[in-house]
Design a protein around this ligand. Structure first.
Ligand code: CMC
Length: 427
């Protein structure tokens, strides 16, 4: 195969180099396009545009493959814990025992969150959406850690990473407890990362919290499955904000806002609201399938379809199985799971969904598990953010170390050409 692509523009021919990834993906390198031709590419939504070369996550949307730094998502969810996976995404290798213990100890030492943050939290109405509160608190963390990270310094970078990995779970637990008007909890250094999270979330005041291995295991799996997904909307946001040399915490706060939308991480909340609405309406899944297919109806089947997966989302496969197991182990019977399965069954044989290659995505079954383990619907996207944190950190670090130039797309202007200005009284 040639190592160049040829572009013919206005009868002139230009050669553009090709870039080949380790999994044989091909990119046309257009870095010199505008300088040599005067033209740019136009690709709203970046459906065909690579923004970087990355060694963190590989996915093949046609085959339904997802790997973090070469490791299959199925192996990681079954055999690793969330903190090992976080280390892998951030530093590129699974930790050995000494590296793991050091990472974990350093995180524990940084888990104290300045109590002035509580005053900020108190200022929000109880009805505030947890994602808005989380984005604000993450921004507020910057004021208590104002020094920008020198990315050339491994030590400074490591300190910033450990700080956000330590304080973010505390913030999520506070957001959760504050929304329920419950006393805030602190991190417990005797517990592992996910057990600590469970205790901070669910501990009742004055009572000892008993860990439930089913919940710990389910959370571990969900957090790992959400931990990275290459250049998705929130991750691209984190990278582009960081490309202006904004700090790590500021970039992550922007990522949280991007994740909130219903077409991205906010879909997990939207799925459960949709399933509840179908149930309340009498459970007629066919009626809602029809609405999803009707181009005059804004309704979409939430939790279905994906920009990159044109085959079963491998994360959805794992989560569907986990949903069954968790509900079984906890002895919960939730009619919403049956509605979800019914919708999936119908969609998989409906030509509208088959032709457009629309399959259940990661968000379709995750809400059923969150609900079963006691997480309310408005907190679902916060849980997604908690899982995505190491992915955002790893991608931010990679982008800065690659010395990526500031992200600044171009446009094709289609507005009015030059017009004569008229003063207010003459318009
Ligand atoms: N229900 C009904 N029709 C759909 C759906 C859906 N969920 N998703 C896509 N379509 C149709 C869409 O109307 C279009 O049809 P046509 O070709 O006739 O115009 C076609 O399928 C292609 O859709 P698209 O919107 O051009 O595809 P996209 O790549 O821009 O959007 C998506 C991907 C995820 C935003 C979209 O599938 C969607 O809105 N899904 C529902 C929201 C959702 O579940 N989001 C979570 C994504 S996974 C978690 C994450 O990583 O964020």
């Amino acid at each position: 195969m040639s190592d160049k692509a040829t572009l013919i523009l206005n009868d002139k021919s230009y050669e553009l180099p090709l870039v080949k990834g380790t999994e044989n993906e091909i990119g046309i390198d257009i870095k010199s396009l505008r300088a040599s031709t005067g033209a740019i590419t136009l690709d709203p939504g970046f459906k065909n545009t690579g923004s970087c070369e990355s060694s963190i996550t590989y996915l093949d949307g046609e085959k339904g493959i997802l790997r973090y730094a070469g490791y299959a998502i199925e192996d990681l969810t079954n055999r690793a814990n969330f903190l090992e996976v976080a280390y892998l995404l951030i530093f590129g290798e699974l930790p050995n025992e000494a590296q793991y213990n050091k990472f974990f100890d350093d995180i524990k030492k940084q888990s104290y969150v300045n109590y002035n943050m509580v005053r900020i939290l108190d200022g929000f109405p109880k009805s505030a959406h947890p994602m808005g509160v989380l984005a604000s608190l993450t921004s507020a963390l910057i004021s208590f850690n104002p020094k920008t990270v020198d990315v050339e310094s491994d030590e400074e970078m490591y300190k910033a990473i450990v700080k956000i990995m330590a304080k973010f779970p505390v913030l999520t637990a506070w957001v959760f407890r504050n929304s329920k008007d419950e006393v805030l909890t602190e991190s417990d250094s005797d517990l592992d990362y996910v057990e600590n999270l469970c205790q901070m979330f669910f501990k009742e005041e004055g009572k000892k919290y008993e860990q439930n291995p089913v919940i710990v295991n389910a959370l571990n799996q969900l957090l790992i499955l959400h931990a990275d997904h290459e250049q998705n909307c929130s991750t691209s946001t984190v990278r582009i904000v960081g490309s202006s040399h904004a700090g790590l915490f500021a970039s992550i706060s922007a990522g949280i806002s991007a994740l909130w939308g219903r077409l991205h991480g906010g879909a997990n909340q939207a799925v459960l609201e949709m399933l509840d609405a179908i149930m309340e309406d009498g459970g007629d899944t066919k009626k809602f399938m029809q609405k999803a297919k009707d181009k005059n109806d804004p309704f979409r089947l939430m939790g279905f379809g994906h920009r990159v997966y044109k085959n079963f989302d491998p994360r959805a496969r794992i989560i569907k199985k986990a949903a069954d197991e968790v509900l079984n182990d906890l002895g919960v019977s939730d009619p919403v799971l049956d509605i979800a399965k019914g919708l999936e069954e119908e969609a998989l044989k409906d030509s509208y969904f088959v032709d457009r290659k629309l399959y259940p995505n990661v968000d379709f079954y995750s809400g059923v598990i969150y609900k079963a383990i006691g997480i309310p619907v408005e907190m679902f996207t916060v849980m997604f953010a908690l899982g995505r944190l190491p992915g955002w950190i790893g991608q931010w670090r990679e982008m800065r170390l690659q010395k990526q130039p500031i992200g600044r797309p171009r446009q094709i202007y289609v507005g009015p050409t030059h017009r004569e200005f008229k003063p207010l009284a003459e318009r």
